[in-house]
Write a protein that binds this ligand. Structure first.
Ligand code: ADP
Ligand code: MG
Length: 577
């Protein structure tokens, strides 16, 4: 075949291969156009999962009459003018390819009202009709029928109606999260799916999140807001105890654009590393506002991926801010007010009341809490302690306490583990984990490699509060352990640590590993089940939880405490119904 220039219709169809993968891509591009046009209200109507019809109507600026046919031409855009604009994109679109691409693979009608007149054009097989007047309020409607009618191969690649619908549904929800200030209506085959009014304040935004992602998620969020010189992060992150087995409820918006980005998701994962079960994923909805010139949006035709100019700085900023927010999840700190209490079956599922705690071992250190005992007889309404006053211990595991709102139940093992862990981390940072000699030093047998590691890393072990000497080819003596770890199985602990160390290889890795090691130290030390605690000990534990960072979950991400409010109890007993 001779070399020749392709006809523009074919060029558009080729571009459609990238931009229009499936009905959901059409929905995304059209909603983004509506958002770029400053719309306050967007309605999305689809039939047969968008295969038959997609109709998006907005109340944005509209398009001037003489520009309407241009909107359907390739590389025609009102959003950028020169290279400076391209290097600091502030709109969602800018490539001028969506409308012509869609028009090349479907029947498209574009109608727009502006300055009290309205015009419409249609496009069939690359031919744009002449303008015709019509009645249309200010704003734009785009109708897309029979997607891929002229591309049987592409049509065959479409999945079941259900799958295609779920892709559209995800995009509508994602864009509705991106712009809480904009009202959205979404229907499928005439059936309403979403009806979202503009959300301006915190409560309204959480209500929108609840409508989009469900009540139980919305009620388990902690709000984030932090500004540095040139970056601002805001939004919500899930309590560590509310985690999922897929990263499917993680949303990033950079300057209003929904993106998937490895730097950002890694930064978030890093922030949760200390409070989440391995292999579990946190939820979050986060908005990052940065200088548009520092992010390259032109990295991918669908613009869902971006490149940062200063990725490292952004990673540091994000992980630091989120880590701080998570460190403040102390008992009594609030997640948010969005709190469904009892579902229809009467099962308590209030998530906002799921918090965590940690407990400390050294109850004798906190004798001054004995005075709290006198408050035992105070009226519930007067109890000021967030975790309340201890009443009883059950199952050798749970502490029951009463606070001003109702009943608090604490898993004392989980709580204790977190308290110890946080203490160890602080002492380790200050280079002062206090050691205590064992009355009877413990001999242990280990492999050659383990014995060598123990010898080489003696100083590391010392820093962790352990004195371990090699006394033979395969034998070690444990002489001292951290005094925080009273009830520890020293042998099991040392073996665990040696195996951590042998996997990490180099010594600088030890620093990174230290948290993991200390987490296992804390875990080895949990209060033994069925240990009877006095009321004073229990109260001491509660008070210690209240002042411990990340106290809402144990080192493995399990909750340390939960609450059943008096209202929940009333509902359980059908009082007042
Ligand atoms: P891009 O969004 O990259 O500019 P599109 O092909 O999506 O390219 O749209 C082309 C142009 O049509 C836009 O630049 C804009 O001027 C106009 N346009 C498209 N949709 C709308 C809308 N809903 N409201 C107002 N103008 C629109
Ligand atoms: Mg566009």
């Amino acid at each position: 075949m001779p070399i020749r220039e392709l006809p523009s219709h074919l060029i558009n169809q080729i571009a459609a291969g990238e931009v229009v993968e499936r009905p959901a891509s059409v929905v995304k591009e059209l909603i983004e156009n509506s958002l770029d046009a400053g719309s306050q209200e967007i309605s999305v109507e689809i039939h047969q999962s968008g295969k038959k019809l997609i109709r998006i109507r907005d109340n944005g600026y509209g398009i001037p009459k003489d520009e309407i046919p241009l909107a359907l031409r390739r590389h025609a855009t009102s959003k950028i003018e020169d290279i400076e604009d391209l290097e600091a994109i502030v709109s969602l679109g800018f490539r001028g390819e969506a409308l012509p691409s869609i028009a090349s693979v479907a029947h498209l009608i574009l109608s727009s009202g502006r300055n009290s007149e309205a015009w419409t054009v249609s496009s069939e097989n690359g031919e744009t009709s002449s303008l015709a007047p019509l009645a249309h309020p200010k704003g734009t409607t785009v109708e897309v029928r029979d997607l891929f009618f002229n591309m049987p191969a592409r049509r065959k690649f479409l999945k079941t109606d259900r799958t295609e619908f779920s892709h559209i549904d995800k995009w509508v929800r994602r864009l509705a999260l991106a712009r809480p200030d904009v009202a959205f209506k979404f229907s499928h085959n005439g059936k309403p799916i979403l009806h979202l009014s503009p959300a301006l304040d915190e409560h309204a935004k959480l209500t929108r999140i609840a409508d989009i992602l469900g009540d139980s998620l919305a009620s388990r969020l902690i709000s984030v807001e932090h500004q540095s010189n040139n970056m601002m992060i805001s939004g919500w992150i899930g309590l560590p105890t509310y985690n999922r087995n897929h990263p499917d409820k993680q949303f990033w918006f950079i300057n209003g654009r929904s993106v998937v980005d490895r730097t950002l998701s890694h930064a978030a994962r890093h922030a949760y590393r200390d409070v989440l079960f391995h292999g579990r994923f946190p939820v979050y909805i986060l908005y990052l506002n940065i200088d548009p010139a520092s992010v390259d949006t032109n990295a991918h035709p669908t613009k869902h991926e971006v490149r940062f100019r200063h990725g490292k700085a952004i990673h540091g900023f994000v992980s630091h801010v989120l880590e701080e927010v998570l460190a403040d999840t102390l008992p009594g700190s609030k997640s948010n007010d969005f709190a469904p209490a009892v579902d229809k079956s009467g099962r308590i599922f209030s998530q906002s009341s799921m918090r965590l705690n940690y407990v400390e071992s050294s109850y004798d250190e906190v004798k001054d809490f004995l005075s709290i005992n006198s408050a035992l007889h105070s009226e519930p309404g007067e109890i000021k302690e967030p975790l309340g006053l201890a009443k009883a211990q059950i199952g050798g595991i749970y502490i029951l306490a009463e606070n001003k709102d109702g009943l608090i139940i604490v898993d004392m093992h989980a709580a204790h583990e977190r308290i110890i862990y946080e203490k160890l981390k602080i002492s380790f940072e200050n280079n002062q984990i206090v050691r205590q000699p064992l009355l009877v030093p413990i001999h242990i047998n280990v492999s050659d490699t383990e014995a060598e590691i123990a010898e080489q890393k003696e100083d590391v072990l010392n820093r962790l509060g352990l004195v371990v000497n090699r006394v033979g080819k395969n034998s070690l003596i444990i002489r001292e352990v951290p005094s925080l770890l009273k009830s520890i199985d020293a042998e099991a602990l040392v073996i665990d640590i040696l195996s951590d160390l042998s996997e990490s290889g180099s010594t600088n890795k030890v620093r990174e590993l230290s948290n993991q090691i200390m987490a296992s130290m804390a875990c080895h030390n949990s209060i033994r089940a069925n240990r009877k605690m006095t009321v004073q000990e229990m109260n001491a534990l509660l008070r210690e939880m209240e002042s411990t960072k990340r106290a809402d979950q144990c080192n493995h991400g399990r909750p340390t405490w939960t609450k059943i409010s008096l209202a929940d109890l009333d509902r359980l007993f059908l009082r007042g119904q």
